[in-house]
Each structure stands twice: as structure tokens, then as C-alpha cells.
Design a protein around this ligand. Structure first.
Ligand code: MRU
Length: 351
């Protein structure tokens, strides 16, 4: 199966998501008509990836509003708080719910239920297109940076987890950078880290690279040092689930290890994320809540038990890369190379 599927579709009545747990070998679409269903789609990882989780939550708010017999702001706040509990680390979830609530607050008293619903639907529909434009800007900033370091050399790039269209809608963030560099003819090879235990790299990134005809190899997380020591990688791009004021970045577990190894061997390492992934209310990464997922995900693979029945597991889904280990942070407003709280705030606020 090698075609660019749409990960999320709203048809005016229901939200349809591709079940990302089944990719790449099966295309299963699941539809949702209430906020409870949308909550479980995020929690159970039918849908994942920070931006797409945010968009899914927006349609969760649409469904909440649609299903209310006599809409009240209190009920909408309740629905928003419920959605926010689905997964804690990706800030895009809370960000989009709060934007939906802000819109509600502005128009609740002034508009009919029908008009309010139309307004929220049109707001939600616009967001994916907006992200596509932002992601293209990020890809261009990253490309300029690569050219300034490597000139016309064809590059070997690396990524971890999945940050392509399955995680973002039309265009990816870190994987968007790689696709853009490939379109410009500057990619020799891509290494996709498989990303245990959920295998977003091996299943989803490898699938997206295949769809885009980009030569690639999947590696295990244990190969980080081998890759860098043998100079197989020129630059690394990862996404983010939450970037705080000092630049510390939460992303899929393994990101921090990759950044430390990259720094040791002098390989440029960037995080690429839209401004909606920044949380300027937190000062440092120590304040980020890291999601702990079920032990079974680590004790087996693809539904098959691997470890002894007696074994326990620890399954942090994310880790925090200290800003000192990043060569730069790229968002739609630019590339931050000197990562200080002042520069992060200035860039995110577009000054
Ligand atoms: O657990 P997931 O699959 O939701 O984790 C996703 C990641 O860590 C991504 O790298 C991140 O959300 C950025 S998506 C553009």
C-alpha cells in the first residue's frame, strides 16, 4: 500500500480517521459522531502526532456543540476539559480546545446554535491549510540552513518518530523538511529510527518516505552511535510535542538520546514545530508532564508478548531534550540558533 491517504476527514456530520495503529499494511477508517468517541481515538492512538491530535480535538468540540440539545458555554467547557485529558504531553490538544472555547465565548450570546456551529466548523476546516503554509515556511528555513552548512552536497538526513502528513494533515513538520529537501534534489538517503514501542518510524515514517519515493533505511534506536560515529548522517530533524520558554523540547522518547549522541559527534540536530507547539507558560522542560503509557506496549510488539509474563515495564512515551543539545529550533517565524528564553518568546510572538 503506497498512496497518500488523508488521515482526517470531516464530512459535515462525522469525523473519519484512518486507524494509524493498523498502518502500513491495512487501511481501516473509523468514524466518530460524539466527543466520547473522539476522546478515545486520541487516547487509544487511532490518531496521533501533536498537530493532528489538535485538529481532532477541534472536531471533537464541533461534535460536542452539534450534539447539545440546548447549548451552554458551561457544557462546552466541560467537553473541552474532557478532551484535554486524552493525552497530556502534546500541547496542541489543549491549545486547539482553548481556541475553540475562545471563539465560543466571543459569539455564544450573539449567535444561534446553527450559526455558531457553522463558525466552529469553518474555523476547524481552516486550520489544516494554515498549518500547511506554516510547515512550508519551516521547510524553507531548514533548507536555507542546510545549504549554508553543506552547500550543494547531497545529504543523508535522519528523523525519529513520525512527523509527516499522518501526524499533521497535508504536510509534515520535520518530515516536511526532508520532503522539501528531496524535492529540491538534495537528499541522498534518509534514516528513520523505528521508534519503539509503537513503531511510528518503522510503520508510518517509512510508509510516508515510500509514498514520496525517498530512499531510506529504518534503524533501531540502539544504532544512533553507530550512525554518527561512521558519519552516515549529515543532519537530524525531529518534531515536538511541547517546546517551553527556554527551548527545552518534549518529543517522542529517544529524542534526547539522539540529540546527545548527535552533539557528541558534531551532527547538526534541529527540532521543527509550529508556534502552536510552544508552551510559553512553562519555564523549563522539568515542568512538562510526560505521558506514561501501558506496560504491555513495551512487553510485546504488535500484539505479541515478548517478555516473560512476570516482567514489568516502564513506558514513558516522551522525553525532554535539553535546549543545550539542540543546534536550532525552527518554527514558521524563523530559525532560533541562539536558544534563550528571550529569543524563543520573540520568535514565537513574531517580533
Ligand atoms: O505518541 P505520538 O505518536 O503522538 O508521538 C508523536 C511525536 O512524538 C511526534 O514526533 C510529534 O508529535 C511531532 S508530530 C509533527
Amino acid at each position: 500500500m503506497t498512496r497518500k491517504v488523508r488521515p482526517l476527514e470531516w464530512d459535515g456530520e462525522k469525523l473519519t480517521l484512518i486507524d494509524q495503529r493498523k498502518l502500513p499494511h491495512e487501511e481501516v477508517f473509523l468514524s466518530y459522531t460524539d466527543v466520547e468517541g473522539v476522546h478515545s481515538s486520541i487516547k487509544d492512538m487511532v490518531v496521533r502526532g501533536a498537530p493532528l491530535i489538535g485538529f481532532t480535538a477541534l472536531y471533537g468540540m464541533v461534535l460536542a456543540l452539534k450534539n447539545l440539545k440546548s447549548p451552554s458555554l458551561k457544557e462546552m467547557v466541560k467537553a473541552g476539559e474532557f478532551l484535554k485529558t486524552a493525552r497530556p504531553t502534546a500541547v496542541n490538544l489543549a491549545y486547539e480546545v482553548d481556541r475553540a472555547l475562545d471563539l465560543m465565548k466571543d459569539y455564544f450570546e450573539k449567535e444561534s446554535h446553527e450559526d455558531l456551529l457553522k463558525r466552529l466548523i469553518s474555523f476547524s476546516n481552516d486550520q489544516m491549510e494554515l498549518l500547511k503554509q506554516n510547515n512550508l515556511s519551516m521547510a524553507k528555513y531548514a533548507f536555507d540552513e542546510l545549504k549554508s552548512i553543506y552547500g550543494d552536497k547531497k545529504l543523508n538526513l535522519m528523523t525519529l518518530c513520525n512527523t509527516g502528513f499522518l501526524a499533521c494533515g497535508p504536510m509534515g513538520t520535520a518530515l516536511g523538511v526532508i520532503e522539501y529537501a528531496h524535492e529540491q534534489g538534495f537528499v541522498n538517503h534518509v534514516y528513520a529510527s523505528e521508534t519503539r514501542p509503537y513503531l511510528q518510524g518503522g510503520r508510518l515514517t517509512a510508509y510516508e518516505l515510500t509514498v514520496n519515493g525517498i530512499p531510506h533505511s529504518v534503524t533501531v534506536e540502539g544504532a544512533f552511535s553507530y550512525l554518527m560515529k561512521n558519519q552516515l548522517v549529515d543532519a537530524i530533524f525531529i518534531g515536538a510535542d511541547r517546546i517551553v520558554k527556554n527551548g527545552d523540547t518534549a518529543n517522542k522518547v529517544g529524542s534526547s538520546t539522539l540529540a546527545i549522541v548527535a552533539k557528541h559527534y558534531g551532527v547538526p540536530f534541529y527540532t521543527v514545530a509550529p508556534t502552536s507547539t510552544f508552551d510559553l507558560s512553562l519555564e523549563t522542560g522539568a515542568e512538562i508532564e510526560i505521558e506514561l503509557r501501558p506496560e504491555e506496549e513495551v512487553l510485546g510488539a504488535m500484539g505479541q508478548r515478548i517478555c516473560p509474563r512476570e516482567s514489568r515495564a516502564l513506558n514513558p512515551s516522551f522525553d525532554v531534550t535539553d535546549h543545550e543539545h539542540l543546534s536550532g529550533i525552527i518554527c514558521e517565524n524563523g530559525l532560533i540558533k541562539n536558544i534563550t528564553p528571550e529569543n524563543v518568546v520573540k520568535t514565537v510572538e513574531g517580533e
